[in-house]
Write a protein that binds this ligand. Sequence first.
Ligand code: PLP
Length: 424
Amino acid sequence: MISSQSSAADTDSADVKNLFRDYVVPSYGRFDLVFSRGSGSCVWDTAGRRYLDFGAGIAVCCLGHAHPALTDALAGQAQKLVHVSNLYYTEPQGRLAKALVDLIGPGKCFFCNSGAEANEGLFKLARKFGHEDGRYEILTARNSFHGRTLAGIAATGQDKVKRGFEPMVAGFRHVPFNDVEAMRQAISPATIAILIEGIQGEGGVSPVNPDYLLGLRKLCDEKKLLLLMDEVQCGHFRTGRFHSYQRILEDTPGGALFLSDGVSMAKSLGGGFPMGAFWVRAPYADLLGPGTHATTFGGTPLACAVALKVLEVVQSQGLVENARKLGDDLKTALQAIACRYPRVIKTVRGMGLMLGFELAPDIPAFANTDKSPAILLVQRLHEAGLLVIPAGTHVARLLPPLNLSRAEADEGIGLIERVVKELA
Ligand SMILES: Cc1ncc(COP(=O)(O)O)c(C=O)c1O
């Protein structure tokens, strides 16, 4: 038996994998890597090998690993007050709610523990909004991803997450992405809300078009629907603005006035400390009154103190500009690689530090295997010392920390080019 004193670093990787084999529900397809520590944009495996981390826990560790300011905030708050129930008030939750409202727009916030739970809150908000006139249906995009709870998989526009869990929670339908007319056609007398990601992440790094966003806003106003944004993956400064729709609309006339009615957040919010939240626009901010929605761990002083520190560091260290500048340069470098090796990379998508490249079909080195090209590429990048995240069968995602340095960006591009060249 392993004592509570032991850690993965003390145990060799085969022992760790055996523990998982015997005791952890096998719901994840895991890569063959066991990590024991991290610092900045790097993580080390139990054998001491360094990896440059361009996945950041799937857009979670926005300040990299073991950031001293976050460690201090965590330790400092842990010495004062870790948790009290939401039956009482605590200062960090109130201050974090105000900070998020200042970044998004007039409204209020609810705190929870994950992205799926943040979306669940938005679903309940929509149902409450439509309850009196019997409207409950939420339209989402094909290829979207909204979490793994029962309502989350019902909302997600991908069959693979639903398979085996039918019947689905009622009241969700999926509509072609980036097509306002298709959305208009899909609205029924029961429809109450539209939920979309600013940039589809799991779906392969596909941004919404500016005209689509403005069109949806108009459509929702006309039909009295709530427009809800899932910014769980693409939000929190990753694109070079707080939320992705702000970046997507910044050069579009009228774009600066765009506001949705609700936004879900999680991932980078706590910089690695698990938390989620949703923001709801002012006219609807009091719809979920006392007794209608709750979660034990939502907005603890510990989580909120860390999230406040994330915001402070991002803003005081110019990381929004860093995400934009380095992200744009990374995209240009990826596009240059795609031009040199068109038989390996088909397209490059995304903005800021949320980038994806789609692999060309029929890469000869990936023939005759049942693994997807995305997985095979990611494995080769791991062997080269770079962590990136697959999305679907043909896309590799780069979601590095917002404080990535220029030297680390160059190193990552060098590793990608080396692997792509080998495949060409
Ligand atoms: C857009 C989006 N929404 C929701 C979720 C679910 O978040 P969580 O895994 O924290 O429940 C994810 C997770 O990847 C996501 O990318």
